[in-house]
Design a protein around this ligand. Structure first.
Ligand code: ADP
Ligand code: MG
Length: 801
């Protein structure tokens, strides 16, 4: 549009200039182009009116025919300037309504000339009109174009406006929406604000309350602190007072004793004073006597003086003569006077003495007063003492109450400890049961105490027992070359644990032999580690007896108590020794003929297992037993036999394995139930290695045999652990010992191994070997123990060797 405007005005102005060269017309700007026709016409009229004078002039020029004097050549002028001649409506109307007036109607020439002139003018007028019309048409066209343009513009504008309007409407809608939302927000904000104000007010209130309560609380706190302080002060002062009182009490007691002493001293001084007093009184009386006699003397002297005076008087006359005499008498008198003076002085002295006795009396009185006050004080102190005695009594009763409480607590503690011990026992039993169910070979370790003969003790440093709850009673640490080796077993017996302590742990196992289990208990360890001590005990010390006698005692006791339940047991004992892979019957009397025969055939003591898992050793002495006495007799016999063997072979018992076997067969008459159990208690030969014993010859052979049997024992155990089901692969036959114990080592028996340890420093290597072996055994799982029970059949007794 802007470009259109720029282009068009010059065209328009050109046209206008052409059409109307007047200055007024030229002034019509682009703005007026848009005016409608009527306005234009009006404007034209106005133009006409404004230029009336000039147009009039022009018309008059056209009409100059009547006014020819003004122009010399109006026609030519009119003709040449017709383009510039302009007409107004009046001019045209005047031209049209012009009437020809003729002086001579028939002067056609004139009329024709006039007509011609008129026509000329008309033509001019028409030409002007046509020009004007053309102008108008042009103008009209231009205006239409302008109108169209402006209409277009208008339409565009309208469109734009509509778009704008729509946009604005949209904006308005949006604004309305936003207004609404803002109003909502405002409302919400206002409500929030109100709520906030509310809460603020409430908070303020609560804060005020809080502040108030805080203030009151802080006041209270201050007060309480003050009170506390004052209470503390009071406590301190009371404590001080208490201390002071105690001090005072003690000082009073001191004072009391001092007073007592003072009283005693005062009594003594009173006594002394009284003595003095009596002495003084005596003195006084003697002095009084003296005084009296002196006074008497005085009076006699006075009398004699009087007499002398009288004599003087009488002898006045004889004065002169007797002046010398008189003088003498005077001297006498003077002498007497001096004597009197002395006597009076003495009297004064005596008086003074009397005064001093009075003083003494007064002192006595004051002292008795003092004594009285002291005794008063004493009474008060005694009262205080009584009070303190009372308080002491109170504290004593309190003390007694506390003592009672302590005793009660101690009892509680004892109870709790007892419960704890019981619980521990139960736990152990449960543990044992679990282990038994798991079928482990259980391993107990026992460390013997240092013996007087042992190389002096470094035990404490070498062997220690962890005290953590986990490892308590189960762990053992051993030091070798500064290195600590830790082991843990099912139980570790420390040196101070007694035979009874050890037996308590295996009594359940022994019990299970009566229930029909095969039970096997080994003692493993180097020579001198306490195997025989553990199994048999110390000979000649009944209270130190070992597992074998204790087990048998228990079995016989239990047998007795099971009688009431209908159980009858038969028991048989056999004892043998395996030395250099040969069996020796320890109960043999060597009188049996078949035995000798077998011995010659080399069939003696052949080990045989029957189908039901029972072992039979040919020619082995088996003795029926039914009391502990019998068994102890047999044990003695075996020990004797063993010691005989020892001397015969110049050998120690520790070079052979000792096997004690108790076969138990039980029958319950009422339930027809049968059980067959075996209890094997084995004291193995010393496990020391070849290198240590430094053996040669026979000794070497023995040691090799021992090592072989022990290693085959371990082979059997490890093989059992590995190949539980395939018994073919278990090397039972590798040694007499393992072959003998085959049924008891298999999966269905309960096996326990004691590993005995010597605490001697020189044995550390062997101890470590034993512990390692035992630890390996402990890790073995052989199987689940089985009870051997059955109902009574035709074969009522076990087949026993
Ligand atoms: P081993 O049979 O292993 O060769 P012993 O049982 O003969 O060993 O024991 C050797 C010595 O140690 C014996 O004099 C024995 O009395 C003593 N002894 C072993 N264990 C203990 C113990 N727990 N308490 C006291 N003395 C023991
Ligand atoms: Mg021994």
């Amino acid at each position: 549009m802007a470009s259109n405007n720029q282009n068009k005005p010059p065209v328009l102005s050109n046209n206008i200039t052409k059409a109307s060269p007047s200055s007024n017309k030229k002034k019509l700007g682009v703005d007026e182009v848009t005016c409608d026709k009527e306005q234009k016409f009006g404007a034209e009229k106005m133009v006409g009116t404004a230029n009336n004078a000039r147009i009039r002039q022009a018309f008059s020029v056209v009409n100059g025919i009547q006014d020819l004097g003004l122009s010399s050549n109006p026609a030519s002028n009119a003709g040449s300037e017709c383009g510039t001649i302009e007409f107004t409506r009046e001019d045209v109307e005047a031209l049209l309504s012009e009437k020809m007036r003729y002086k001579n109607k028939f002067n056609y020439k004139e009329r024709c000339e006039n007509m011609m002139d008129y026509i000329k003018r008309l033509r001019l007028c028409i030409k002007w009109f046509q020009e004007l019309e053309g102008d108008y048409a042009f103008e009209h066209e231009r205006l239409r174009n302008a109108l169209e343009l402006s209409e277009q513009k208008c339409a565009e504008m309208e469109l734009a406006l509509r778009n704008k309007e729509e946009e604005l409407n949209l904006i308005i809608v949006e604004l309305r929406k936003s207004f609404a939302s803002l109003q909502e927000k405002l409302a919400k904000e206002e409500s929030d604000k109100l709520a906030a104000l509310d809460s603020l007010a409430r908070e303020k209130e609560t804060r005020l309350n809080m502040e108030r309560s805080h203030a009151s609380l802080s006041e209270d706190l201050g007060k309480a602190q003050e009170e506390l302080q004052s209470a503390n002060q009071r406590i301190a002062s009371i404590n001080d007072m208490y201390k002071l009182l105690q001090e005072y009490n003690s000082s009073l007691q001191h004072y009391n004793t001092k007073l007592q002493k003072d009283i005693d001293a005062a009594h003594e001084s009173i006594k002394r004073g009284e003595k003095e007093k009596s002495a003084i009184v005596e003195n006084l009386s003697t002095l009084r006597g003296q005084y009296k006699s002196l006074q008497e003397q005085l009076s006699t002297y006075k009398a004699s003086q009087d007499e002398a005076m009288r004599q003087k008087d009488a002898l006045v006359h004889e004065v002169a003569s007797m002046r010398v005499e008189l003088q003498q008498v005077r001297d006498d008198r003077d002498h007497q006077l001096s004597q009197v003076q002395a006597l009076t002085a003495e009297v004064i002295k005596h008086k003074e003495l009397a005064v001093s006795s009075e003083d003494l009396e007064a002192r006595c009185a004051s002292q008795s007063n003092q004594i009285r006050s002291l005794s008063d004080q004493l009474a008060a102190a005694e009262e205080k003492l009584e009070v303190s005695d009372l308080s002491a009594l109170e504290t004593k009763t309190e003390f007694e109450g506390q003592k009672k409480l302590i005793n009660e607590l101690r009892n509680h503690l004892e109870d709790a400890e007892y419960k704890l011990i019981e619980g521990e026992k139960l736990r152990k039993r449960l543990h044992n049961t679990i282990l038994e169910l798991k079928g482990n070979i259980r391993v107990f370790c026992r460390v013997r105490p240092l013996l007087p003969d042992d190389s002096s003790g470094s035990e404490g440093k070498l062997i220690s027992y962890p005290t953590t709850t986990e490892a308590l009673g189960r762990g053992i640490d051993i030091m070798q070359n500064g290195q600590k080796h830790s082991f843990s077993f099912d139980r570790v017996f420390m040196p101070d644990e007694s035979q009874e302590d050890v037996f308590v742990e295996i009594s359940q196992l022994v019990q299970s032999a009566l229930d029909g289990y095969k039970v096997c208990i080994f003692a493993y360890g180097q020579t001198g580690s306490g195997k025989t001590y553990t199994m048999m005990g110390k000979p000649g010390h009944p209270d130190l007896k070992g597992l074998i006698p204790r087990s048998l005692e228990q079995i016989f006791q239990t047998r007795q108590s099971l009688l009431s339940q209908g159980w009858k047991y038969e028991m048989q004992v056999s004892m043998l020794e395996i030395y250099n892979e040969t069996i020796r019957d320890l109960l043999s009397t060597n009188r049996d003929a078949s035995r000798l025969e077998n011995a010659c055939n080399g069939k003696q003591y052949a080990i045989k297992h029957d189908a039901s898992g029972n072992t039979h050793v040919t020619d082995l002495t088996v003795v029926d037993v039914c009391s502990t006495k019998e068994v102890s007799y047999l044990l003695d016999r075996a020990a004797h036999s063993r010691s005989v063997g020892k001397t015969q072979m110049n050998e120690q018992s520790s070079r052979s394995h000792f096997v004690f076997t108790l076969r138990i067969s039980g029958l319950n008459e009422s339930t027809e139930q049968q059980v067959q159990g075996i209890l094997n208690l084995i004291d193995l030969a010393g496990s020391e290695r070849l290198s240590k014993s430094g053996s040669t010859g026979d000794r070497l052979k023995e040691t090799q045999a021992i090592n072989k049997s022990l290693s085959s024992l371990s082979d059997v155990i490890f093989a059992l652990a590995k190949k539980e089901k395939k018994e073919d692969h278990v090397p039972f036959r590798n040694s007499k010992l393992t072959y003998l114990l085959q049924p008891c080592l298999g999966g269905d028996s309960k096996t326990l191994m004691f590993v005995n340890i010597s605490p001697e420093a020189s044995s550390v290597g062997e101890s470590l070997c034993s512990l390692r072996f035992a630890a390996r055994v402990n890790a073995c799982e052989i199987g689940t123990p089985r009870r051997q029970t059955s109902m009574r059949s035709s074969e009522s007794r076990l087949s026993l060797g």
